[in-house]
Design a protein around this ligand. Structure first.
Ligand code: ADP
Ligand code: GLC
Length: 490
């Protein structure tokens, strides 16, 4: 049994911009159910509503470089997990998590450095962990700060650090001129915090953690390649022996067509009839023609380069010529929003584009659509294709990262090349298969029977925690790719 202190910028049901939040809402309780003790440290944003269930348990000073703040720590217990909110309005009391109207907060480097200092203060005064578990770049400075703290404080001497990469595309890059703000100047070198002249939070986490994980086995391999490495492939290759890919799970209490509170018509693999009504209700809600024979394809996604909307835009006219309808829910880059709005305006009978963040509609699309499209350029894990499997909503995916690991040819349709032609060909294969209703239902049922519940993944994390606690080897320094030198010890 380990005491695990996780650090994150998002967790459902408190705050969510993407799949990271889903993971931090579900993995901690899954770990608790197999005997771990888990505490999650997370900022309390202006938008975080704790429904009056929080208790203020502590007030603490926070020091980040030359800056000092005072934070209250609010606690909410949920499914056996202690969620500790760092309540510091001058840093977090804003409407966004990372940005507002597409513009990043200018002090993000300080906001998320402070989060990690708060986690270390919590470790000293509230919850002493065996394992620190950092998620994504906002928790990247945890490992280097821990390294500094260890030197001065014996209570955290034996604690180990795991860094989970949910998305290599977001690294927490800041100009070198911000270095003074975070107090880590001695670590600004190519084997540490420095990345092509800038400060890189994620790299720091990778370099100084005892183990690095990512959210699918295929992405664990891909992120070490030039194509997918976002410039950190060399850093990762140098640590290859400490990298594990652990597939995300699904919280079936949230995502199950038999019980989903957001949809009016429920169904199961035994009795699929409710799905027809869910589709009808969705088409009506979206203002699309009420044609149940025409397959409805769904997409729910952040509008980001990663997600393959450029391919969808490229084949929009060909798709509109097919007997299908497409609903897209998402928000993000204005460029993508505009392109999709234009497509919907050109083909209103075929495409419905809903710009915004809408939890309820996301569930209704899972239930009401017949197919689910994820043509991602890269996808560390991806959750919607796994939800789709459970909803009998056949996924059409590019075979990359977690999409490759969760969908197979018997449950969905995959294409390999990142190209509009390959995507169109995969959609056409799905449309042809749709015509054989019996075989289609069999395909749906195979997907619905797949089990991606969190317990199996939680056990893998538990094994990893156990193994690094036994290992007393110090953390290795990064060796540039292609170097013949043996790794040196920090
Ligand atoms: P990522 O983390 O890269 O955004 P994932 O597939 O792992 O991708 O997770 C995305 C999560 O966010 C899913 O739970 C999905 O339903 C949700 N989501 C994304 N965009 C929206 C939106 N516009 N409205 C509601 N939920 C959304
Ligand atoms: C990231 C990835 C996504 C993954 C999620 C949760 O945002 O883009 O693929 O499912 O994190 O791990």
């Amino acid at each position: 049994m380990s005491r695990v202190l996780m650090v994150t910028s998002e967790a459902t049901p408190f705050v969510k911009t993407g799949g990271l939040a889903d993971v931090l809402g579900a993995l901690p309780p899954a770990l608790v159910s197999i005997g771990e003790e888990v505490c999650v440290v997370i900022p309390r944003y202006g938008s975080t509503s704790l429904h009056g269930e929080d208790r203020i348990i502590h007030e603490m000073p926070l020091t980040v470089g030359p800056h000092t703040f005072t934070a209250a720590i609010d606690e909410v217990q949920r499914e056996g997990v202690r969620y500790l909110f760092v309540d510091c309005p001058s840093l977090y009391g804003r409407s966004g998590v990372y940005n507002e109207r597409g513009v990043d907060y200018a002090d993000n480097h300080i906001r998320f450095a402070a989060l990690n200092q708060a986690a270390l203060e919590i470790a000293r005064s509230i919850f002493t962990p065996d394992i620190f578990h950092a998620h994504d770049w906002p928790a990247g400075l945890l490992a280097p700060y821990l390294r500094e703290t260890r030197a001065a404080d014996s209570s955290l001497q034996s604690a180990k650090c795991v860094m989970t990469i949910h998305n290599l595309g977001y690294q927490g890059l800041f100009p070198r001129s911000h270095l003074g703000d975070i107090g880590l100047s001695p670590l600004f070198h190519p084997e540490g915090l420095e990345f092509w002249g800038q400060i890189n939070y994620l790299k720091a986490g990778i370099v100084w953690s005892d183990a690095v994980t990512t959210v699918s086995p295929t992405y664990a391999h891909e992120m070490q390649t030039l194509e997918y490495g976002f410039g950190l492939d060399g850093v990762l290759r140098a640590r290859a022996s400490r990298i594990t890919g652990i597939l995300n799970g699904v919280d079936y209490a949230e995502w199950d067509p038999e019980h989903d509170p957001h949809v009016r018509h429920h169904y199961s693999a035994r009795n699929l009839s409710g799905k027809r009504f869910a589709k009808q209700a969705l088409l009506k809600e979206l203002g699309l023609p009420l044609s149940l024979k025409r397959p409805l394809i769904g997409m729910v996604s952040r509008f980001a380069d990663q997600k393959g909307f450029d391919l969808v835009a490229e084949i929009a006219d060909q798709l509109a010529a097919e007997d299908l309808a497409l609903v897209i829910l998402g928000t993000g880059e204005a460029r993508i929003e505009d392109a999709l709005r234009r497509i919907a305006a050109t083909h209103p009978e075929r495409f419905a584009v809903h710009v915004g963040y809408d939890e309820v509609l996301a569930h209704r699309i899972e239930a009401g659509a017949d197919m689910f499209l994820m043509p991602s350029r890269y996808e560390p894990c991806g959750l919607n294709q796994i939800y789709s499997l459970r909803y009998g909503t056949v996924p059409i995916v590019r075979s990359t990262g977690g999409l490759e690991d969760t969908v197979d040819d018997s449950t969905g349709f995959k294409f390999h090349d990142y190209s509009a032609e390959a995507l169109l060909y995969a959609v056409r294969r799905a449309l042809t298969a749709w015509k054989d209703r019996k075989l289609w239902r069999e395909r749906m049922r195979r997907g619905m029977a797949r089990d991606f519940s969190w317990t199996a993944s939680a056990v893998e994390y538990q094994q990893l925690y156990d193994s690094i606690r036994l290992h007393s080897e110090p953390v290795l320094h990064f060796i540039p790719a292609g170097s013949d030198e043996a790794p040196s010890v920090a």
